[in-house]
Design a protein around this ligand. Structure first.
Ligand SMILES: Nc1ncnc2c1ncn2[C@@H]1O[C@H](COP(=O)(O)OP(=O)(O)O)[C@@H](O)[C@H]1O
Ligand SMILES: Cc1ncsc1CCOP(=O)(O)O
Ligand SMILES: [Mg+2]
Length: 264
Protein backbone atom coordinates (compact mmCIF):
# COMPACT_ATOMS: atom_id res chain seq x y z
CA UNK A 1 0.00 0.00 0.00
CA UNK A 2 2.82 2.44 0.89
CA UNK A 3 4.37 2.01 -2.58
CA UNK A 4 1.00 2.49 -4.29
CA UNK A 5 0.39 5.71 -2.35
CA UNK A 6 3.87 7.05 -3.09
CA UNK A 7 3.34 6.32 -6.81
CA UNK A 8 0.12 8.35 -6.63
CA UNK A 9 2.11 11.27 -5.17
CA UNK A 10 4.59 10.97 -8.05
CA UNK A 11 1.69 10.86 -10.52
CA UNK A 12 0.42 14.23 -9.23
CA UNK A 13 3.95 15.67 -9.39
CA UNK A 14 4.47 14.56 -12.99
CA UNK A 15 0.96 15.13 -14.38
CA UNK A 16 0.43 18.54 -12.73
CA UNK A 17 -3.38 18.50 -12.86
CA UNK A 18 -5.25 21.77 -13.26
CA UNK A 19 -7.45 22.20 -10.17
CA UNK A 20 -10.40 24.60 -10.24
CA UNK A 21 -11.15 25.95 -6.76
CA UNK A 22 -14.20 27.85 -5.60
CA UNK A 23 -13.03 28.33 -2.06
CA UNK A 24 -13.21 30.80 0.79
CA UNK A 25 -11.59 34.21 1.26
CA UNK A 26 -9.56 33.01 4.25
CA UNK A 27 -7.61 30.20 2.61
CA UNK A 28 -7.25 31.02 -1.08
CA UNK A 29 -3.55 31.80 -0.84
CA UNK A 30 -2.60 28.84 1.39
CA UNK A 31 -4.59 26.51 -0.80
CA UNK A 32 -3.00 27.67 -4.05
CA UNK A 33 0.47 27.43 -2.51
CA UNK A 34 -0.12 23.92 -1.17
CA UNK A 35 -1.37 22.75 -4.58
CA UNK A 36 1.71 24.23 -6.23
CA UNK A 37 3.98 22.60 -3.64
CA UNK A 38 2.66 19.11 -4.48
CA UNK A 39 3.09 19.78 -8.22
CA UNK A 40 -0.52 20.58 -9.12
CA UNK A 41 -1.68 23.72 -10.89
CA UNK A 42 -4.36 25.73 -9.05
CA UNK A 43 -6.82 28.25 -10.40
CA UNK A 44 -9.30 30.12 -8.23
CA UNK A 45 -12.37 31.28 -10.19
CA UNK A 46 -15.97 31.98 -9.26
CA UNK A 47 -17.42 34.39 -11.86
CA UNK A 48 -20.56 32.79 -13.25
CA UNK A 49 -19.67 34.10 -16.70
CA UNK A 50 -16.64 31.80 -16.90
CA UNK A 51 -17.69 28.83 -14.77
CA UNK A 52 -18.81 26.55 -17.60
CA UNK A 53 -15.58 27.02 -19.54
CA UNK A 54 -13.44 26.75 -16.43
CA UNK A 55 -14.93 23.45 -15.30
CA UNK A 56 -14.46 22.10 -18.83
CA UNK A 57 -10.83 23.24 -18.88
CA UNK A 58 -9.82 21.79 -15.50
CA UNK A 59 -9.45 18.14 -14.50
CA UNK A 60 -11.23 18.53 -11.16
CA UNK A 61 -13.39 20.97 -9.20
CA UNK A 62 -13.04 21.82 -5.49
CA UNK A 63 -16.04 23.49 -3.82
CA UNK A 64 -15.55 24.94 -0.34
CA UNK A 65 -18.41 26.84 1.34
CA UNK A 66 -16.27 28.61 3.98
CA UNK A 67 -17.31 32.20 3.22
CA UNK A 68 -20.45 31.67 1.20
CA UNK A 69 -22.92 34.26 -0.06
CA UNK A 70 -25.67 34.15 -2.65
CA UNK A 71 -23.48 35.08 -5.61
CA UNK A 72 -20.82 32.53 -4.73
CA UNK A 73 -23.39 29.85 -3.99
CA UNK A 74 -24.87 30.28 -7.49
CA UNK A 75 -21.36 29.84 -8.88
CA UNK A 76 -20.81 26.71 -6.77
CA UNK A 77 -24.08 25.15 -7.90
CA UNK A 78 -23.42 26.00 -11.53
CA UNK A 79 -19.92 24.53 -11.32
CA UNK A 80 -21.06 21.33 -9.60
CA UNK A 81 -23.83 20.89 -12.20
CA UNK A 82 -21.31 21.38 -14.99
CA UNK A 83 -18.90 18.87 -13.42
CA UNK A 84 -21.73 16.36 -13.15
CA UNK A 85 -22.70 16.89 -16.80
CA UNK A 86 -19.09 16.54 -17.98
CA UNK A 87 -18.51 13.54 -15.70
CA UNK A 88 -15.59 15.27 -13.97
CA UNK A 89 -14.69 14.55 -10.36
CA UNK A 90 -15.57 17.20 -7.80
CA UNK A 91 -14.92 17.41 -4.08
CA UNK A 92 -16.89 19.23 -1.40
CA UNK A 93 -15.60 20.84 1.81
CA UNK A 94 -18.64 21.53 4.03
CA UNK A 95 -16.93 24.20 6.15
CA UNK A 96 -19.07 25.13 9.15
CA UNK A 97 -21.83 22.60 8.39
CA UNK A 98 -24.43 22.78 11.13
CA UNK A 99 -23.46 26.31 12.19
CA UNK A 100 -26.35 28.02 10.39
CA UNK A 101 -29.51 27.03 8.55
CA UNK A 102 -28.15 28.79 5.43
CA UNK A 103 -25.04 26.59 5.31
CA UNK A 104 -27.14 23.45 5.73
CA UNK A 105 -29.59 24.44 3.02
CA UNK A 106 -26.76 25.18 0.56
CA UNK A 107 -25.06 21.90 1.46
CA UNK A 108 -28.27 19.95 0.73
CA UNK A 109 -28.34 21.48 -2.75
CA UNK A 110 -24.67 20.71 -3.35
CA UNK A 111 -24.92 17.13 -2.12
CA UNK A 112 -27.80 16.53 -4.53
CA UNK A 113 -25.24 17.17 -7.31
CA UNK A 114 -23.26 14.03 -6.42
CA UNK A 115 -19.83 15.06 -5.18
CA UNK A 116 -17.17 12.42 -5.85
CA UNK A 117 -15.71 13.01 -2.38
CA UNK A 118 -16.52 14.96 0.77
CA UNK A 119 -13.99 15.88 3.49
CA UNK A 120 -14.81 17.58 6.74
CA UNK A 121 -14.03 17.50 10.43
CA UNK A 122 -16.14 15.38 12.79
CA UNK A 123 -18.69 18.10 13.62
CA UNK A 124 -19.20 18.86 9.94
CA UNK A 125 -19.61 15.22 8.88
CA UNK A 126 -22.13 14.63 11.70
CA UNK A 127 -24.05 17.78 10.75
CA UNK A 128 -24.14 16.71 7.10
CA UNK A 129 -25.51 13.30 8.03
CA UNK A 130 -27.93 15.04 10.41
CA UNK A 131 -26.45 12.96 13.20
CA UNK A 132 -25.01 15.62 15.47
CA UNK A 133 -26.28 15.66 19.01
CA UNK A 134 -24.23 18.67 20.05
CA UNK A 135 -23.76 22.22 18.76
CA UNK A 136 -21.04 22.88 16.23
CA UNK A 137 -18.38 25.49 16.98
CA UNK A 138 -18.09 27.43 13.74
CA UNK A 139 -15.43 25.94 11.49
CA UNK A 140 -13.65 23.91 14.19
CA UNK A 141 -14.73 20.51 15.45
CA UNK A 142 -16.14 19.90 18.91
CA UNK A 143 -15.95 16.13 18.44
CA UNK A 144 -13.29 13.48 17.86
CA UNK A 145 -13.10 12.04 14.36
CA UNK A 146 -14.10 8.52 15.47
CA UNK A 147 -17.39 9.89 16.83
CA UNK A 148 -18.37 10.71 13.23
CA UNK A 149 -17.76 7.23 11.81
CA UNK A 150 -21.41 6.14 11.77
CA UNK A 151 -22.39 9.50 10.25
CA UNK A 152 -19.74 9.06 7.56
CA UNK A 153 -21.09 5.59 6.71
CA UNK A 154 -24.60 7.06 6.45
CA UNK A 155 -23.33 9.88 4.26
CA UNK A 156 -21.44 7.46 2.01
CA UNK A 157 -24.56 5.29 1.57
CA UNK A 158 -26.66 8.38 0.87
CA UNK A 159 -24.32 10.02 -1.65
CA UNK A 160 -21.93 7.34 -2.96
CA UNK A 161 -19.11 9.81 -2.24
CA UNK A 162 -15.84 8.83 -0.60
CA UNK A 163 -15.97 10.46 2.85
CA UNK A 164 -12.98 11.80 4.78
CA UNK A 165 -13.20 12.67 8.48
CA UNK A 166 -10.19 14.66 9.64
CA UNK A 167 -8.77 15.02 13.13
CA UNK A 168 -6.16 13.34 15.32
CA UNK A 169 -6.93 10.20 13.31
CA UNK A 170 -8.13 10.69 9.75
CA UNK A 171 -10.74 8.17 8.55
CA UNK A 172 -11.52 7.38 4.92
CA UNK A 173 -14.94 5.78 4.46
CA UNK A 174 -15.97 4.27 1.13
CA UNK A 175 -17.11 0.94 -0.28
CA UNK A 176 -13.65 -0.38 0.78
CA UNK A 177 -12.75 -1.24 4.40
CA UNK A 178 -12.41 1.92 6.52
CA UNK A 179 -8.85 3.30 6.48
CA UNK A 180 -7.28 5.17 9.39
CA UNK A 181 -4.27 7.48 9.13
CA UNK A 182 -2.48 8.25 12.39
CA UNK A 183 -0.25 11.10 11.26
CA UNK A 184 -0.30 14.88 11.70
CA UNK A 185 0.17 17.08 14.75
CA UNK A 186 -2.26 19.06 16.95
CA UNK A 187 -0.33 22.19 15.90
CA UNK A 188 -2.02 21.81 12.50
CA UNK A 189 -5.30 22.93 14.11
CA UNK A 190 -3.60 26.26 15.00
CA UNK A 191 -3.05 27.17 11.35
CA UNK A 192 -6.19 28.22 9.52
CA UNK A 193 -7.17 26.37 6.42
CA UNK A 194 -5.34 23.08 6.72
CA UNK A 195 -8.62 21.17 6.46
CA UNK A 196 -9.36 23.20 3.34
CA UNK A 197 -5.87 22.32 2.10
CA UNK A 198 -6.60 18.62 2.67
CA UNK A 199 -9.73 18.93 0.54
CA UNK A 200 -7.90 20.74 -2.27
CA UNK A 201 -5.16 18.09 -2.28
CA UNK A 202 -7.85 15.40 -2.48
CA UNK A 203 -9.05 17.24 -5.58
CA UNK A 204 -5.59 17.10 -7.17
CA UNK A 205 -5.36 13.35 -6.51
CA UNK A 206 -8.89 12.68 -7.82
CA UNK A 207 -7.80 14.37 -11.05
CA UNK A 208 -5.10 11.80 -11.76
CA UNK A 209 -5.94 8.63 -9.76
CA UNK A 210 -8.76 6.37 -10.97
CA UNK A 211 -9.33 4.70 -7.60
CA UNK A 212 -11.17 7.42 -5.66
CA UNK A 213 -10.55 5.83 -2.25
CA UNK A 214 -6.80 5.59 -2.89
CA UNK A 215 -6.82 9.18 -4.16
CA UNK A 216 -8.24 10.40 -0.86
CA UNK A 217 -5.92 8.20 1.23
CA UNK A 218 -2.84 9.45 -0.65
CA UNK A 219 -3.85 13.11 -0.31
CA UNK A 220 -4.59 12.90 3.41
CA UNK A 221 -1.47 10.83 4.10
CA UNK A 222 0.68 13.35 2.24
CA UNK A 223 -0.66 16.38 4.11
CA UNK A 224 -0.64 14.82 7.56
CA UNK A 225 2.89 13.44 7.13
CA UNK A 226 4.13 16.78 5.82
CA UNK A 227 2.54 18.53 8.82
CA UNK A 228 4.10 16.08 11.25
CA UNK A 229 7.59 16.42 9.73
CA UNK A 230 7.31 20.20 9.32
CA UNK A 231 6.49 20.62 13.02
CA UNK A 232 9.98 19.36 13.92
CA UNK A 233 11.53 22.52 12.53
CA UNK A 234 8.71 24.91 13.57
CA UNK A 235 8.42 27.21 16.59
CA UNK A 236 4.66 27.68 16.30
CA UNK A 237 1.81 28.08 13.80
CA UNK A 238 3.58 30.74 11.72
CA UNK A 239 6.66 28.72 10.91
CA UNK A 240 4.55 25.55 10.59
CA UNK A 241 2.54 27.19 7.82
CA UNK A 242 5.73 28.03 5.94
CA UNK A 243 7.60 24.79 6.68
CA UNK A 244 4.59 22.74 5.60
CA UNK A 245 4.89 24.07 2.05
CA UNK A 246 8.61 23.28 1.96
CA UNK A 247 7.98 19.77 3.29
CA UNK A 248 5.21 19.07 0.77
CA UNK A 249 7.60 20.15 -1.96
CA UNK A 250 10.69 18.27 -0.75
CA UNK A 251 9.15 15.09 0.70
CA UNK A 252 11.06 11.94 -0.31
CA UNK A 253 9.87 8.36 -0.74
CA UNK A 254 11.81 7.25 2.35
CA UNK A 255 10.38 10.03 4.52
CA UNK A 256 6.86 9.21 3.32
CA UNK A 257 7.09 5.45 3.79
CA UNK A 258 8.94 5.62 7.13
CA UNK A 259 6.51 8.17 8.64
CA UNK A 260 3.16 6.82 7.38
CA UNK A 261 1.03 5.11 10.04
CA UNK A 262 -1.91 3.59 8.21
CA UNK A 263 -4.42 0.96 9.36
CA UNK A 264 -7.39 -0.70 7.69
N1 LIG B 1 -5.32 16.50 16.96
C1 LIG B 1 -4.63 16.28 15.81
N2 LIG B 1 -3.53 15.53 15.82
C2 LIG B 1 -2.83 15.31 14.71
N3 LIG B 1 -3.17 15.81 13.49
C3 LIG B 1 -4.27 16.57 13.41
C4 LIG B 1 -5.07 16.85 14.55
N4 LIG B 1 -6.12 17.62 14.16
C5 LIG B 1 -5.98 17.81 12.83
N5 LIG B 1 -4.86 17.18 12.37
C6 LIG B 1 -4.36 17.20 10.99
O1 LIG B 1 -4.86 18.36 10.35
C7 LIG B 1 -5.58 18.03 9.14
C8 LIG B 1 -6.77 18.96 9.01
O2 LIG B 1 -7.76 18.51 9.86
P1 LIG B 1 -8.79 19.36 10.72
O3 LIG B 1 -8.06 20.34 11.57
O4 LIG B 1 -9.63 18.35 11.41
O5 LIG B 1 -9.63 20.07 9.59
P2 LIG B 1 -10.52 21.37 9.67
O6 LIG B 1 -9.50 22.47 9.58
O7 LIG B 1 -11.40 21.30 8.49
O8 LIG B 1 -11.25 21.36 10.98
C9 LIG B 1 -5.94 16.54 9.30
O9 LIG B 1 -6.00 15.90 8.06
C10 LIG B 1 -4.81 16.01 10.19
O10 LIG B 1 -3.71 15.60 9.39
C1 LIG C 1 -11.80 30.63 9.69
C2 LIG C 1 -12.69 30.46 8.55
N1 LIG C 1 -13.88 31.13 8.47
C3 LIG C 1 -14.56 30.88 7.39
S1 LIG C 1 -13.77 29.80 6.35
C4 LIG C 1 -12.47 29.65 7.43
C5 LIG C 1 -11.31 28.76 7.17
C6 LIG C 1 -11.58 27.39 7.67
O1 LIG C 1 -10.53 26.54 7.29
P1 LIG C 1 -10.36 25.08 7.90
O2 LIG C 1 -11.69 24.42 7.91
O3 LIG C 1 -9.45 24.41 6.95
O4 LIG C 1 -9.76 25.26 9.25
MG1 LIG D 1 -12.59 22.73 7.64
Amino acid sequence: MKNILWNHILAVRTQAPLVHNITNHVVMNNTANALLAIGASPIMAHAREEIDEMVALCQVLVVNIGTLDDVWVDAMLQAARRAQTLNKPWVLDPVGAGATAYRDQVLSQLIALHPTAIRGNASEIMALAKANQSQTKGVDSTAQSQEALAAAQTLHKLTGAVIGISGETDFIVSDQPVVQIHNGTPLMTRVTGLGCTATALIGAFLAVIKNKTEAMIAAIALLSIAGELAEKSSRGPGSLQMNLLDTLYNLTADEFKNTLRIES
